[in-house]
Ligand binder design. Structure first.
Ligand code: PLP
Length: 426
């Protein structure tokens, strides 16, 4: 069965042929390939073509695909059973690991996805403050909960439906939106409605409108604003947690949120999310407290084994320094090639995540990100794909490196980019 045949079958059976929108290649055009196998920095499709992968399963695969240490942990766990419905020791080890490594987390609750984590964090913030409104940022994506599909990033931005049909206005009206990296706008909103705001949720490095780091002092400013107005600061570190640094963006920028959401890397490739924070907040979650949240498969033993093994790998000395250095090398190389080809281009790199913009930089805002040349990006994407390099199939997604990407992989990527830039410009 080849890629095209599989996609035709899939289109008849699943909306858009996929189980998550951006996978369908709609914004870049063409058809997705179907992966048969993944190892290290590479994916192989069902036709045997190899791709250097900069998507990394959308973030989790920070040590590369099918890492033997993670695989062995999963194989060991599977022998003892797939799910118990009682507490299991791996959950305790996972909680200990997250509390030790993430500065602001005293207690944690495991869930099954990033979406679940952010939905629960918002409920907790509303329950704890007795307030209803939340603040999010244009172009930030926090999963597909109703409260967040208002001026959202990722697939919602890619497909130009920033607020989804099906989100009742009663829910959307409780979500206030702000421009990213604009502290004055946040100050003005809080001055007006601060007393009604339960929480402000932010991707501390935005990764769903391409990749945009916070400007100097921005996260600190938001921290002060939330404290001043009695609102909770939630860092959505589903993407940035164990990706931009050990301990996440809060460790990198030295800002303590009240609540943190996690996902992706902490599951090692299995469906896992988590939320955690200050003890007196987390103790309000059932059954310790009255705010309800539950999950049949939460803390699943096989998923915990995968996540714990992945978290062991990222704690190896020098892991993030090496990852960040290689990510910078890729971005600097791409910048040189784009400049040589006369293509308007800029990049951001934070730890093992990066953004490529077909616009002169630095790109600091949602408005600038959406003004980048998407036609040029799409041509570049396909130029890279046909040369065996898989970038995220949207101009509004961050890219990811893993520790399995070698200097040779980066050199091969740059060689492909040299031709792809020329082709895109033509
Ligand atoms: N929050 C952020 C910052 C994300 O990037 C994502 C997914 O990409 C989510 C939440 C949602 O996570 P999930 O897709 O696991 O539900």
């Amino acid at each position: 069965m080849n890629n095209h045949e599989l996609f035709q079958r899939a289109l008849r059976l699943m909306p858009g042929g996929v189980n998550s929108p951006v996978r369908a290649f709609k914004s870049v055009g063409g058809e997705p390939f179907f992966t048969a196998r993944a190892e290290g920095a590479y994916l192989w499709d069902v036709e045997g073509r190899r791709y250097i992968d900069y998507v990394g399963s959308w973030g989790p695969m920070i040590a590369g695909h099918n890492h033997p240490h993670v695989r062995a942990a999963v194989e060991r766990a599977v022998r003892d059973g797939l799910s118990f419905g009682t507490p299991c020791p791996a959950e305790v080890r996972m909680a200990e690991t997250l509390v030790r490594l993430v500065p602001s987390i005293d207690m944690v609750r495991m869930v099954n996805s990033g979406t679940e984590a952010t939905m629960a964090a918002i409920r907790l913030a509303r329950g704890a403050t007795g307030r209803a409104k939340i603040v999010k940022f244009e172009g930030c994506y926090h999963g597909h909960g109703d409260s967040f599909l208002v001026k959202a990033g990722s697939g919602a931005l890619t497909f130009g439906v920033p607020t989804s049909p099906g989100v009742p206005s009663a829910a959307a009206d409780l979500t206030l939106t702000l421009p990213y990296n604009d502290l004055e706008a946040a100050r003005a909103l809080f001055a007006e409605q601060g007393k009604e705001i339960a929480a402000l949720i932010i991707e501390p490095v935005a990764g769903n409108m391409n990749c945009i780091p916070p400007v100097e002092g921005y996260l600190q400013g938001l921290r002060e604003l939330c404290t001043q107005h009695g609102a909770l600061l939630i860092f959505d570190e589903v993407m940035t947690g164990f990706r931009v640094a050990l301990g996440g963006a809060q460790a990198l920028y030295g800002v303590q949120p009240d609540l943190t959401t996690l996902g992706k890397v902490i599951g090692g490739g299995m469906p896992v999310g988590a939320y955690g924070g200050r003890r007196e907040l987390m103790e309000q979650i059932a059954p310790a407290g009255p705010i309800y949240q539950a999950g049949t498969l939460s803390g699943n033993p096989v998923a915990m084994a995968a996540g714990l093994a992945m978290l062991e790998l990222v704690q190896e000395p020098g892991f993030f320094d090496a990852l960040a250095a290689r990510t910078r090398r890729l971005c600097e190389g791409l910048q040189r090639l784009a400049d040589a080809a006369g293509v308007p281009f800029s990049t951001h790199a934070v730890g093992g995540m990066f953004g490529l913009f077909f616009a002169r930089g630095p790109v600091r805002s949602y408005a600038q990100a959406t003004a980048a040349d998407i036609v040029l990006f799409n041509r570049f994407f396909h130029g890279m794909l046909k040369r065996g390099v898989f970038l995220a199939p949207s101009a509004f997604e961050a890219g990811f490196l893993s520790s399995a990407h070698s200097d040779q992989d980066v050199d091969d990527t740059l060689q492909a980019a040299r031709e792809a830039f020329e082709e895109a410009r033509a």
